[in-house]
Design a protein around this ligand. Structure first.
Ligand code: ADP
Ligand code: MG
Length: 484
């Protein structure tokens, strides 16, 4: 039997407001426990919430970026349940009239192909506090700093068909929210986390199978691994004559498996009702137009422009446009050197490699876009060869010189293109290598191409890497063949 996987994601994005969604308390990460929760966040008697206008603007900007309908009127509801990290007994959310209606996101897969994933809606809500289990023997500590932090919950349609598509969708959402600057997108700190809904059905069947929901997955890699495990579990279960039950599961990254948390029968009855303390949010066209005017160029538009106007491959355009910082760095390098393909190669290759090794973000790159662009220009105008370019890169990275030109001068890396000088070095190498010359002469003509590598290496060495490799190759061939 052939099976098809069906996946829908609920992504929680922490909005980058300075204060909470209904109070003036700070949202800064990492403060001492319980120093950033005020009476409103705790829902103490007699306090009233005031909606943070910035949170509304951020939700609307997201909606506009995913081509969604923005609700003229949206309404906050109370979702009632008790949990130690929610002392007020309800979470303020939007159940029936969310601020962002249906929209869609384009995802790009590894082979460069694209697919449209529909968004069902996105709504505003507040986060709860945190339970801390590790530091207190036999007890649980409660930190309410996170209580009242604004979240945007983005609910997709069940449009994804494998783990790669789900990860690509999450990456697309991550790109959009960080481009917009409405979230720092820091998954390790919990600024973005998602619930993964997974079901399987026989290939060709239209009706969806019963889904399981895997809660709070907080990395792209974990999303893929949780889905892989869950798909296998469900298929095995059904093939053994069992039935998938609708339930909430937890992913355990250490054991690489999902475990049941609660089934539908144990599910809460939240008794939603409109929050009597908050007015409906009413937005007019002028406000939407104002926010639309502030949207930056978005990842999908950048990707298209990089491909169509700058001639990058679909793959390069996708990788570079995924992060706004990387896209802007690339554009600055391109402006300096004028060659998009080379700029893309250097940014994705040498630069990304060095940043990864030292665990630095591109915003903190020791080499500026301008320095890198100038370095590339010196390769393009034949001042230095590719090997010297890597040396210049390393020197600039280490702060040994302000510009590529300064490093090239200081280290004497200027490429030797003077034919006479190269010929002299070749003559010397040939004179010093009688055995290799004899071998070259006696071998089959089709094998000589390979053997020339030895001589090229010797000449490059003699020039301390500065000879122009194309010239060395051409002249060597002429000189060796003249000896035949
Ligand atoms: P709930 O509000 O109870 O969590 P929803 O119907 O709103 O349920 O769906 C939540 C998420 O689950 C959505 O992202 C949706 O795309 C996804 N989903 C719904 N049905 C399925 C299914 N059969 N298989 C996989 N995902 C599903
Ligand atoms: Mg759900």
């Amino acid at each position: 039997m052939q099976w098809e996987t069906v996946i829908g994601l609920e992504v929680h994005v922490q909005l980058a407001t300075r204060s909470k969604i209904f109070s003036g308390a700070s949202t800064a990460f990492g403060a001492e426990p319980n120093t950033q929760a005020c009476a409103v966040d705790l829902g103490l008697p007699g306090v009233l919430p005031v909606l943070n206008e910035q949170a509304v603007a951020m939700a609307v900007q997201f909606g506009l970026a995913v081509h969604a309908d923005i609700a003229e009127v949206s309404i906050f509801d109370r979702k009632n349940y008790f949990y130690p990290d929610l002392p007020k007994g309800y979470q303020t959310s939007q159940m029936y009239h969310p601020i962002v209606g249906p929209g869609d996101v384009e995802i790009t897969l590894e082979d460069g192909s694209t697919k449209r994933i529909r968004i069902h809606h996105a709504h505003l809500e507040e986060d709860a506090g945190k339970s801390l289990h590790e530091d207190f023997h036999g007890m649980t500590g409660i930190d309410l700093n996170r209580a009242g932090t604004p979240l945007l919950e983005i609910v997709s349609e069940p449009d994804m068909r494998n783990a790669k598509e789900a990860a690509a969708y999450l990456k697309a959402i991550h790109s959009i929210v960080t481009y917009l600057g409405i979230s720092d997108g820091n998954m390790a700190e919990g600024s973005m986390r998602c619930d993964v809904n997974v079901s399987v059905r026989p290939k060709g069947q239209e009706a969806f199978g019963t889904r399981a929901e895997i809660k709070n997955v907080n990395s792209f890699r974990f999303v893929e691994r949780a889905i892989a495990f869950e798909v296998e579990r469900q298929i095995e279960l059904i093939e053994d004559g069992g039935k998938v039950v609708q339930e909430t599961r937890l992913f355990d990254p250490d054991r690489d498996e999902t475990r049941s948390m609660r089934t539908k029968e144990e599910a809460n009855d939240y008794r939603y009702f409109p929050c009597p303390d908050l007015l409906p949010v009413v937005l007019d066209q002028a406000y939407l137009d104002h926010l639309r005017g502030q949207l930056p160029e978005l990842p999908a538009d950048k990707r298209e422009r990089f491909q169509n106007e700058l001639g990058l491959s679909a793959y390069d355009a996708n990788v570079i446009s995924a992060s706004r910082d990387m896209a802007e760095f690339f554009e600055a390098v391109h402006n300096e050197c004028g060659d998009a393909k080379q700029a893309a190669n250097w940014v994705q290759g040498e630069l990304s490699g060095a940043l990864n090794r030292e665990n630095l973000s591109i915003a903190n790159s020791p080499i500026s876009a301008r320095q890198l662009g100038e370095l590339i220009s010196r390769v393009l105008d034949d001042t230095i060869n590719g090997k010297a370019a890597k040396e210049v890169f390393q020197a600039l990275w280490n702060g040994q010189g302000d510009s590529a030109d300064a490093v090239i001068d200081a280290k004497g890396l200027k490429q030797v293109t003077d034919t006479g000088a190269i010929e002299a070095m070749i003559d010397q190498v040939i004179a010093d290598s009688p055995a290799q010359v004899a071998q070259y002469r006696d071998s089959e003509p089709e094998k000589r191409g390979k053997m020339i590598g030895y001589f090229v290496g010797q000449v490059m060495k003699a020039s301390r890497g500065t000879a122009n490799p194309q010239q060395v190759n051409g002249l060597l061939k002429e000189k060796l063949d003249a000896l035949l």
